[in-house]
Design a protein. Structure first.
Ligand SMILES: [Zn+2]
Length: 131
């Protein structure tokens, strides 16, 4: 398992932008079609905007049309944690960064081959390192 990154709320506020803090630490959701990476398909690695952990690769990114960056699989199983989310009268599976426990987005069972999963992730939670 990756090493855990722990910071106080004040430290997160200092280190993140307002939008990053709202998404990662307050489980916010950016407006659809507004995120920086919604339509970016440059080759590279998507890291956690909170702690820099490698989360997704551009190979697994696809255009789902949902308005947020979508991936069909993480770089490794250990990179993410999931939790049942019953907010907003829906039953969804929340996706968190395993290292810093930052909120990334949700995963849905309507993705493409080969996993059938759609990781719907906020751009604000990601940082693309282009290759
Ligand atoms: Zn993280």
């Amino acid at each position: 398992m990756p090493a855990k990154v722990r910071k106080t709320e004040a430290e997160w506020r200092r280190d993140l932008t307002l939008e990053q803090f709202r998404v990662l630490r307050e489980k916010g959701t950016e407006r659809p079609w507004s995120g920086e990476y919604d339509h970016v398909f440059e080759p590279g690695v998507y890291r956690c905007a909170g702690c820099g952990a490698e989360l997704f690769r551009s190979d697994a990114k696809y255009d789902s049309g949902c308005g947020w960056p979508a991936f069909y699989e993480p770089t490794s199983e250990d990179a993410l944690e999931t939790e049942e989310d019953r907010s907003l009268f829906m039953r969804r599976t929340e996706v968190l960064c395993a290292s810093c426990e930052g909120h990334l987005g949700h995963v849905f069972p309507d993705g493409p081959h080969p996993t059938g999963l759609r990781y719907c992730i906020n751009s604000a939670a990601l940082k693309l390192e282009e290759e």
